[in-house]
Design a protein around this ligand. Structure first.
Ligand SMILES: [Zn+2]
Length: 158
């Protein structure tokens, strides 16, 4: 099986970074970040640079195919461009497997452990909980997940 692609977004592309993480792709994003540092990290960690900033094309000689200039201002169109350009096939099983805020893979949680941390209504109505080991956010399949899934399928991304 091919190793999944990893990305680093420039500091204009925070929303794109969140969408890529939502799809399960390991995606770094720092705001702000110097161009030089971004390129160094990309090379060191074997990441593809996604950039809205044409200035970064001066690093093309270093990055080669691992640099994509993002055309649109709209996050979902940006996501589509990345998926189409690299012929990615997002895996539904990896959807919501990574924290959209800090890029960490999420861990499954037994719901009894978090009973005191969540609203009783959520505890009663939800069964699948995951937690980010870094920021401690707890996620569950509530309506926002359904909404995001709907948005992705409307844009024919999943
Ligand atoms: Zn997190």
């Amino acid at each position: 099986m091919a190793i999944p692609m990893k990305f680093i977004c420039d500091d204009n592309l925070g929303k794109l970074a969140k969408w890529l993480r939502t799809l399960g792709y390991d995606t770094l994003f720092f705001d702000p970040i110097q161009d030089g540092e971004l390129v160094t990290r990309a090379l060191k960690e074997d990441r593809v640079v996604l950039s809205r900033d044409t200035q970064l094309s001066r690093f093309k000689f270093k990055l080669g195919e691992d640099l994509l200039h993002i055309e649109s201002d709209k996050p979902l169109n940006q996501l589509k461009q990345v998926i189409e350009y690299f012929k990615l096939k997002p895996n539904k099983k990896l959807l919501f497997s990574r924290c959209s805020v800090c890029n960490q893979p999420l861990e499954k949680l037994e719901k009894d452990i978090i009973k005191d941390k969540i609203y009783p209504y959520v505890y009663k109505t939800q069964d699948n909980f995951v937690r980010c080991p870094k920021c401690d956010r707890i996620y569950w399949s509530a309506t926002h997940v359904e909404k995001m899934t709907k948005t992705l399928s409307e844009h024919r991304i999943i």
